[in-house]
Design a protein around this ligand. Sequence first.
Ligand code: TXA
Ligand code: MG
Length: 344
Amino acid sequence: MTISLTIHHEHPEPEHIQRAAQTLQQGGLVAFPTETVYGLGANALDENAVQKIFTAKGRPSEDPLIIHLSSVEQLPQVCATVPETAQLLAEKFWPGPLTLILPKNKHVPYAVTAGLETVAVRVPSHPVAQALLKSCNLPIAAPSANRFGHTSPTLATHVMHDLDGRIDIILDGGPASIGVESTVLDISTSPARILRPGGVPREALEALLGPIDVLDVKRKAEAGLPSPGLLEKHYAPRAELVFFLSQDAREQMLVYLSGEKARGRTVGVLAAQEEAPAFEKAGALAYRLGDSNDTAQIAKRLYAGMRWLDRQKVDVILCRDFGEAGLGLAIRDRLRRAAVKVIH
Ligand code: TXA
Ligand code: MG
């Protein structure tokens, strides 16, 4: 049985936090809100507890987990060394949606890192996550709280849908404010390299570090997996998602839409606010993501939109690219991985 506890997102009730913290200390599983998506937490230093995460999610063991800390001061509990660049980034972006890849120390079980000598760490800013991490006083391993390969949860109901009966507690703290996962940054290379675009935009990192690279998911899939677990196909809804990366995406989507309708298929569109009426007129079910220039709003509603259209049982979901600025890069990455077809 999974217990769902409704908790205030800014001033979490101490009794709920204590109960969840105790469960973590005893080796249990707790789903909790972070500013990016909901996480599924376990004591990172307890190998048995960590194994339960993989079982609950149906996640392959070669996919490493992110360790969550309450503050930068806890880094020595899981890292062998803390490079100066990490300190600099931590000062600027923690607490917040940035994950750093650092050398692991001997206390971190290889189950967390999938056998790697490095460990992914971040300090989340969500008040519920903060309160929980402080109260249990442990480093907490937490992937997104969804079944493996499914869309990441931005609401507690999404977690329930995927993991009810498989985990001990869900802290329901309302919607995740950013809506896509953290940016994963490898600072061991020069220049540093984004392994997964996310909540901290590339521009913000470059303002501090100078030019950085972004790992190309396509090339990586061909060359093998330098970062295990960054599988190409991921974050997928049940419906067939078609992603339009071309200049004239809007027109192409309308053509594609009428083709699908002619074949008797139902079509959903993850649409920019101002573009939704045209798709509706053409017979699609449109989910309004937000203004096309507002990548923060689009990111926030992206996963909820995929899950919503799935619930309406559409056969196909269409979505276009929203550029690279701000959270655009993270949105593109997730859509590319969720898509069965990319139209250039
Ligand atoms: O926003 C987030 O990051 C959320 C919340 C819950 O914090 N967590 C999350 O975890 O997205 P997960 O497990 O779904 O994604 C972890 C990512 C994977 O892409 C994995 O490959 C990468 O981090 N990763 C973990 N450890 C790594 C390592 N040692 N080297 C390279 N990549 C690593
Ligand atoms: Mg995930």
